[in-house]
Design a protein around this ligand. Structure first.
Ligand code: GTP
Ligand code: MG
Length: 242
């Protein structure tokens, strides 16, 4: 029987808020404005996932669906150095797939299922979930089709999290259209994009925002086993930290 594992975020404070980190067999969504650290958190998780359990890792490989071209191997090497692991080896354990349109993004899940069947993977990163859908489905007339395709994608990702004992880590933007935002439930006036199609499939949602100076704040919005609470973190050369 599969056992649920928690992967550290790199910040002790945030780990405490999450009862030890992000859980396998669940879909975890971080959303927030630009430069709040979503992609940096993804890089940090991609290294920590590989570490031994006593270091907050899951001794597993990582798959990364990159929709914006923001994966940086040199960042992986820098973060690996912080944890005393070989930079090249850390990069080799991350399978990066660049998606150029939403159709390819959806097909990638099926391709990756074959890799996940090896039982070597513990983390699937999708950075970011929505951006390709935004450019592929323009205009009001396509909204419904866009939403149902996103919904299918999310359900498949959730199913794979369960089946292959993965942390699914999804980054999301905040709604840019205030008119449309009235349709969707949101918190603090900052609403994650994708509406119900994303909300229903996310197990845990984390709202990230900028704090004072280098400080960033993460707020747990929606979690089955954590109360709504906040944690601060910073972005360093070695990744997300306290
Ligand atoms: P969008 O994708 O644009 O929505 O933003 P994001 O939330 O993904 O932001 P991202 O994770 O790219 O964070 C960008 C922030 O990380 C910037 O403030 C950078 O200064 C910081 N950052 C990136 N690389 C480094 C680094 O090597 N060292 C440090 N200290 N900070 C870095
Ligand atoms: Mg980003």
């Amino acid at each position: 029987r599969k056992r649920c594992i928690r992967i550290s975020t790199g910040s002790k404070q945030l780990d405490v808020a999450l009862n030890g980190g992000f859980q396998t067999m669940s879909v975890n969504e971080v959303y927030g404005e630009f430069r709040c650290g979503k992609t940096q958190m993804a890089h940090t998780m991609a290294v920590i996932c590989q570490l031994p359990r006593e270091m907050g890792g899951a001794e597993g490989k990582v798959a990364w669906i990159d929709t914006e071209g923001t994966f940086r191997p040199e960042r992986i090497a820098e973060i690996a150095e912080r944890f005393g692991v070989d930079g090249q080896q850390a990069q080799d354990n991350i399978m990066v797939a660049r998606a150029y349109n939403s159709e390819i993004q959806c097909e990638m899940l099926e391709t990756l299922a074959q890799n996940f069947a090896t039982n070597q993977y513990r983390l699937l990163i999708i950075d970011s979930l929505i951006s390709l859908f935004k450019t592929d489905y323009v205009g009001r007339g396509e909204l419904q089709e866009r939403q149902s395709t996103i919904s299918l994608f999310m359900r498949r990702a959730a199913q794979m999290a369960d089946e292959f004992n993965l942390v699914v880590f999804i980054t999301n933007q905040v709604m840019s259209d205030p008119g449309a935002s009235a349709l969707f439930a949101g918190v603090d006036g900052r609403k994650p994009a994708g509406g119900h199609a994303v909300a229903h499939a996310s197990t845990t949602r984390l709202l990230l925002r900028k704090g004072r100076g280098e400080e960033r704040v993460a707020k747990i919005i929606d979690s089955p086993d954590c109360p709504e609470r906040e944690a601060t973190y910073i972005i360093t050369t070695g990744g997300i930290n306290d």
